[in-house]
Design a protein around this ligand. Structure first.
Ligand code: MN
Ligand code: MN
Length: 459
């Protein structure tokens, strides 16, 4: 089997499209460093493109017909889009699913304390991280504070040129003899990931003068009291913008590309496809990094409820029709895969790994230790996809996450497969996945977006 980079196959026109897509993608990353920020920019975008909120259609007692575009938002952290097809829903939908949460540090509910004239915010990390990667880099705080009266204060500090940033300290190398002997997972422990937020004491205070100074600023600049942290969702993420990487600018280095690279390309594909026979659906979920739990994760009934609602609005709902719709659907569970890293070659199987710049990945299975926890895509379904991708001239590669027994990971694929639908893991290779800055190839972004378009058009 031939395996090669796709860069030299592009026409001038395609390269232009690729650069535009990658520029817009970088903006999407900059504007969406949390699931809430992603949902809010996605809603703005799709409303411009003619998507209407499901609730509104229900309220106005309208019906849905082929060509209509609807969306539903769940708790500001999860959004689903439907592009109504001309076929009955019972025949199934073509579904793209990706997640918009990423590993990060969450600020605890009682976070603010002072020690050695520093004010700190205590954090509890979210998702799988190598903790030592998060020290000594500039960090930003994004999120929302909900006041007792229900009003909310949006927080985004550390991204503007003039904004302050925050950081976690590390021990100077001169004194780190003992620390350097520790195992990597003990070098920086979870409870040590507290961010430094100040060092200037407030005059006239008796004790905790620095903390008092921070509280004064929080009150004056943001109208936040210490107790308001109780009802806040504040996420600490790497500060700064997504960048092009390499002299040849062939890659993108940025925070949160797992899995916003698939979320963004899925969204673009949904907006690009003008007409569909099978209803197109795009699910962008939260909580994937901690097991797809909770009301906004893939395991929530939100998706199923939305499908029931749109069936009702087309006059096609029955319990049985809903089950048939789900079982007859086809899905690309769009999530990133591990890109081959020559620096760590022994962790991969060279013949069954994804390479940056070789196109979209199709992963028959994921999982760990003999594929435990995996969805295992049917050979027949993969055959169907091969044909579609070849006809649309989309470059794809097949891959596993890494060498057998080297580790493993999961996605949302297995959850949708429970409906009896065909699902496969599919996506973009990433280098240094889950690190503060992850790398992808612009060419893979371009191919995967084209692949998703071809899939949505498939009958
Ligand atoms: Mn992922
Ligand atoms: Mn992940």
């Amino acid at each position: 089997m031939k395996r090669e980079s796709i860069w030299n196959k592009y026409t001038k026109e395609q390269l232009k499209e690729l650069e535009t897509l990658s520029k817009n993608y970088r903006n999407f990353l900059d504007e969406g460093k949390t699931e809430r920020e992603c949902v809010s920019q996605i809603v703005n975008r799709i409303e411009e493109e003619g998507y209407v909120e499901l609730e509104r259609i229900r309220r106005e007692k309208k019906k849905l017909k082929a060509g209509d575009k609807v969306y539903a938002v769940n708790m500001d952290k999860n959004v689903i889009l439907f592009h109504m097809g001309s076929r009955d829903l019972e025949e199934g939908m073509n579904i793209l699913g990706a997640h918009i949460d990423s590993p990060r540090l969450d600020i605890k509910q009682n976070p603010l304390y002072e020690e050695g004239d520093f004010a700190y915010l205590d954090t509890h990390y979210y998702g799988g991280i190598k903790k030592y990667q998060w020290v000594t880099i500039p960090l930003a705080i994004h999120g929302v504070v909900i006041k007792k009266d229900g009003s909310s204060i949006l927080i985004n500090i550390g991204e503007d040129e003039d904004d302050p940033v925050f950081f976690i300290s590390d021990l100077l190398v001169h004194l780190a003899g003992e620390q350097m002997e520790k195992k990597a997972n003990k070098v920086i422990e979870g409870e040590a990931l507290d961010i430094i937020v100040g060092n200037k004491p407030l005059e006239k205070e008796e004790k905790d003068k620095v903390k008092a100074g921070i509280l004064k600023i929080l009150k004056e600049e943001y109208d936040i009291e210490e107790e308001d942290f109780i009802s806040a969702e504040l996420e600490v993420v790497p500060a700064g913008k997504a960048k092009e990487a390499g002299f040849d600018r062939s890659m993108i280095l940025a925070y949160g590309q797992d899995d916003r690279v698939c979320a963004y390309s899925s969204l673009e594909a949904m907006l690009q496809v003008k007409k569909v026979k099978r209803t197109g659906c795009c699910i962008l979920v939260d909580k994937e990094e901690i097991g797809s739990v909770g009301a906004t994760g893939m395991q929530s009934k939100f998706f199923e409820n939305c499908v029931a609602e749109i069936m009702e609005l087309t006059g096609q709902f029955s319990e049985l029709a809903l089950r048939r719709c789900l079982a007859n659907s086809k899905m690309l569970s769009s999530d990133v895969g591990a890109g081959f890293d020559p620096g760590y070659a022994s962790s991969f199987d060279k013949n069954n790994v994804a390479y940056l710049g070789h196109g979209m990945i199709l992963k028959k299975y994921t999982g760990a230790r003999g594929k435990a926890g995996s969805n295992d895509a049917n050979a027949e379904y993969i055959g169907f996809l091969r044909k579609i991708m070849e006809e649309a001239d989309v470059a794809f590669q097949t891959a596993e996450l890494g060498k057998v027994d080297a580790g493993g990971g999961g996605t949302i694929a297995y959850i949708l497969s429970l409906y009896g639908m065909n699902v496969i893991d599919c996506g973009v290779p990433v280098l240094n996945m889950h690190a503060p800055y992850e790398a992808t190839s612009k060419a893979d972004l371009y191919e995967v977006k084209r692949g998703y378009e071809a899939f949505l058009k498939a009958e």
